[in-house]
Design a protein around this ligand. Structure first.
Ligand code: ZN
Ligand code: ZN
Length: 161
């Protein structure tokens, strides 16, 4: 799938299915996305062809976890985030606005870092509070996504992994 920022200077591709999608209410996401929360698709790193380094300005904000958050160098739109935490598989996240409005994407599965929220969410999705619980939930979603890679609605190349 094509990912493109609003100015078009940053564009890249995702090759495989996202592992999952969630809303992140953490304060770093609030800053990075300049919004109450981020709407984030999580991919295995090997399933994303990262944009050329000159297109994106990366900022680490604050470890841990070691997360590189990249904005388009031209328009400043949040474009891509690279996780390099030791206890997780290498992951890349892409914010929902980088996809076209009609892109076929999974629905968000949860609210992360809900205790840091600016506004309440009116839905039935699970809401995780606290750093530790969020880590556990994140790993659980990764694990569940890996096991349910035989979703009927779409072909997937993840089955053999
Ligand atoms: Zn966050
Ligand atoms: Zn741009």
């Amino acid at each position: 799938m094509e990912c493109t920022c609003s100015c078009g200077a940053t564009s890249f591709q995702t090759l495989g299915e996202p592992v999952f999608r969630f809303y992140c209410h953490c304060t770093l996401c609030q800053r990075f996305y300049d919004a109450p929360f981020g709407d984030i698709l999580v991919y295995r790193a090997e399933d994303v062809v990262l944009p050329p380094p000159e297109a994106v300005i990366f900022d680490t904000y604050r470890p841990p976890p070691n997360v590189q958050r990249g904005k388009c160098a031209t328009c400043g739109q949040p474009a891509v985030t690279v996780f390099a935490a030791r206890f997780l598989p290498r992951l890349v996240t892409v914010p929902r606005p980088m996809f076209t409005p009609d892109a076929e994407l999974p629905s968000p599965e949860a609210h992360g870092f809900y205790d840091m929220r600016i506004s309440d969410a009116r839905d039935e999705l699970p809401k995780y509070e606290g750093y530790f619980r969020n880590q556990i939930a994140f790993l659980k979603h990764l694990w569940l996504a890996r096991r349910s890679s035989t979703k009927p609605q779409r072909e997937t190349s993840l089955d053999e992994r």
